[in-house]
Design a protein around this ligand. Structure first.
Ligand code: ADP
Ligand code: MG
Length: 361
């Protein structure tokens, strides 16, 4: 049974449809990430699950209960926000223990639970401090502790790492992943950061303008995006998108790129899809599917447009007949301005409809 089940939830603010028939399932123990650009409705959905916003229609179930009409305090969920929302006058110990105090637990039981949570989050030395005496990362650990101590059915996180600097964000991200693996709780985590989504999720829900675009494992979303929006949103460096014409000839399916007086015909493995007469198609290639080659007969050639060293490897922007491709290479093999031969894993190429963005093959 799903621990969380959101079914056809709709929510508008005035004329603006913020959630449009959204459905999301989280299995027991899942780490579900809601991913999408700013303003797509992620926080609205999370607040609706928490009971902080009413929904216009649809159903939200937690465990075996329909909680759609229940107030937040009866839903047995704990939420961690981007802004830590700690009580400034309380110590860390009091902040973490607060939900238990509200529940009426006695002092000894509260202390025992706070100590347990502090040990999990490695914040025992901070227990007597006030929030203002903590760094951003420590404050967010305390906020997570306050959620953890409640032992809820469901954890909700709304961009909890967005206020932290890059190094700390990476540390705390790894800690949240370990925490999830250790306590095996069900989590719903909102972010606009695709790296966070890829590294944390067991399941990613990609949203755009109040619509769910795709639901899948990180692997499925990366390797098998359903449309151009998802393909572009996931992956760093980004997916390369080449405009061209797909055609079906005697030799099978091929993809033709033209520009600057050159032409390349890339022959594609057979697929069930057939192009129409115009054949206008966008080919999507992940950075690892394009390589610089020394072969005397490369599939085509390119000019090295930009080299961005990252240490062990370079991010290289290529100009292929006037179109841009971004790849990763071992450090130092591409020189800016050079002409290079390239090879392409054409069996991994994805084809999209340039007008609708839909995946074709
Ligand atoms: P996200 O968390 O994905 O950035 P939100 O869920 O916060 O997006 O917002 C989705 C959309 O709903 C945005 O266009 C936002 O402006 C709008 N919105 C959010 N809250 C309100 C509100 N209380 N009143 C009117 N519009 C709102
Ligand atoms: Mg938000």
């Amino acid at each position: 049974m799903a621990q969380l089940s959101v079914r056809n939830v709709t929510k508008s603010y005035g004329a603006v449809n913020v959630l449009n028939q959204v459905s999301v399932e989280a299995e027991e123990g899942a780490f579900v990430v809601l991913l999408g650009p700013s303003g797509c409705g992620k926080s609205t959905l999370l607040h609706a699950i928490a009971g902080l916003h009413e929904i216009d229609s649809g159903e939200i179930r937690i465990g075996d209960r329909d909680v759609s009409g229940l107030p937040a305090r009866e839903r047995d969920v704990a939420m961690v926000f981007q802004s830590y929302a700690l009580y400034p006058t309380m110590s860390v110990r009091e902040n973490i223990g607060f939900p238990l105090k509200m529940r009426g637990l006695d002092k000894a039981a509260i202390a025992e639970n706070v100590d347990k949570v502090a040990a999990i989050l490695k914040i025992e030395p901070l227990l007597e401090r006030r929030p203002r005496e903590l760094s951003g990362g420590q404050r967010q650990r305390v906020a997570i502790g306050r959620a953890l101590v409640r032992d809820p059915k469901l954890f909700l996180f709304d961009e909890p790492l967005s206020n932290l600097d890059a190094a700390l964000r990476g540390d705390l991200r790894a800690e949240i992943k370990r925490l999830h693996q250790r306590i095996k709780c069900t989590m719903v985590y909102v972010t606009h950061d695709q790296i966070e989504a890829m590294t944390l999720a067991t399941k990613i829900v990609i949203m755009n303008r109040g619509d769910v675009q795709q639901v899948g494992t990180p692997h499925e979303i990366y390797h098998n995006p359903v449309n151009l929006f998802v393909a572009r949103f996931i992956g760093s460096p980004p997916i390369t998108l080449l405009q061209g014409k797909a055609q079906l000839g005697a030799a099978g399916l091929s993809f033709v790129i033209m520009g600057g007086g050159s032409r390349a015909e890339l022959s594609l493995p057979d697929r069930s899809w057939k192009p129409d007469d115009a054949g206008e198609t966008v080919m999507g290639l992940r950075p690892e599917n394009i390589r610089i080659t020394q072969s005397a007969q490369p599939v085509t050639t390119a000019i090295v447009d930009l080299v961005e060293p990252t240490g062990p490897e370079d991010i290289v922007t290529l100009n292929i007949m006037g179109q841009r491709a971004v790849i990763r290479t071992p450090a130092g093999i591409a020189a800016q301005g050079a002409q290079v031969g390239i090879e392409i894993d054409l069996d991994r190429a994805m084809l999209f409809d340039p007008a609708s963005g839909a995946r074709l093959a």
